[in-house]
Design a protein around this ligand. Structure first.
Ligand code: AMP
Length: 304
């Protein structure tokens, strides 16, 4: 098994009620790969950065075992730059700016030895680019896709085309409502499944996640966090933990999909405890297992 990740690599400016950072390492592919690195090997990254992308960020990813042959470095260009501000309700944020920079001209080229990747995680980028990646992969076993309101509103028809080619879509509750034009999340999930993906996961911020498949509705609890520092990347980290676990186990039975959702939530809970990728930098397998078990205890109860 092997995992190919495509998405943004970014320098983020983030403001939360607890502090701020500038030019912090971010981007969907960064969070997905870092989270998945705790389960999956090898991870192959496809993306683009400018000459300003710090050498420290490259060595961070390499240190996580991420294969960077698919990373294009445009020396004369600038890295994708995004800025967000959170208020006390950390479930919602304002995007202050999105500078696509080198992403504007990005044409994903999949290195020859990546083409037989079994699992593909299409991070949140232009749905046209997501499809261009898929066109270069030979019959992947599992394709998981993330998206956001920016593309649901801006490239709806292109996104619909991408949805026809994937197995699992991960999106948050407001995005699910926007895409399906349906306020109820169960009905929204059903409507989105009719667009292509067999499985839909709807994230509800600090309220957990819903996994929807054929006859299955699984409601994953949220970890009751006392110290949320920076929610940036939680969604991508969830996706990375989720697909990383599926890659490691090669099993998409209902029970294992539920486990993958809890592993995704576990990794996301570590992510939000610190700025940027710091919360994911040095986890041990034991820490991950302990928190996974805490998740199980959260909603276990006896019949009486
Ligand atoms: P999340 O909090 O999981 O939604 O992801 C946050 C990350 O997404 C940040 O590190 C941003 O750099 C990146 N990001 C924000 N907007 C976009 C966009 N339009 N395309 C690709 N990546 C983005």
């Amino acid at each position: 098994m092997s995992l190919l990740v495509v998405g943004s690599l970014a320098l983020d400016n983030i403001e939360t009620p607890f502090g701020s950072v500038t030019n912090a390492l971010g981007g969907s592919a960064t969070y997905i790969s870092t989270a998945a690195s705790y389960f999956a090997k090898p991870i192959r990254l496809v993306g683009v950065v400018g000459g300003d992308f710090p050498a420290g960020a490259i060595s961070f990813l390499e240190g996580k075992g991420v294969d960077l042959e698919g990373l294009q470095i445009i020396k004369e260009g600038k890295t994708f730059h995004w800025s967000g501000r959170y208020h006390y309700d950390l479930n919602s944020r304002d995007t202050l700016f999105t500078e696509l920079n080198v992403f504007e001209q990005f044409d994903p080229k999949i290195p020859e030895r990546y083409r037989k990747s079994t699992c593909v995680c299409l991070g949140n980028i232009d749905p046209v680019l997501q499809r261009r990646v898929l066109d270069q992969i030979e019959s992947p076993w599992l394709v998981v896709c993330d998206t956001m309101n920016y593309w649901i509103e801006g490239k709806n028809a292109e996104l619909r085309e991408t949805l026809r080619q994937i197995h699992i879509l991960i999106l948050n509750d407001s995005e699910a409502r926007l895409l399906s034009k349906e306020p109820n999340l169960i009905k929204a999930g059903r409507a989105i499944r009719a667009m292509g993906p067999r499985i839909v996961i709807i994230k509800k911020g600090e309220h957990g996640a819903l996994l929807l498949a054929d006859q299955l509705v699984f409601s994953a609890p949220a970890y009751p966090m006392e110290n949320i520092f920076d929610p940036t990347g939680a969604g991508d980290t969830f996706a990375g933990g989720f697909i990383g676990w599926l890659e490691r186990t090669g099993d998409i039975s209902e029970e294992n999909l539920k486990r993958a959702v809890i592993y995704g939530s576990t990794l996301a809970s570590f992510c939000v405890e610190k700025f940027s990728v710091d919360g994911l930098a040095d986890l041990t397998y034991l820490q991950i297992q302990d928190r996974f078990r805490e998740f199980r205890e959260l909603s276990r109860f006896e019949e009486g």
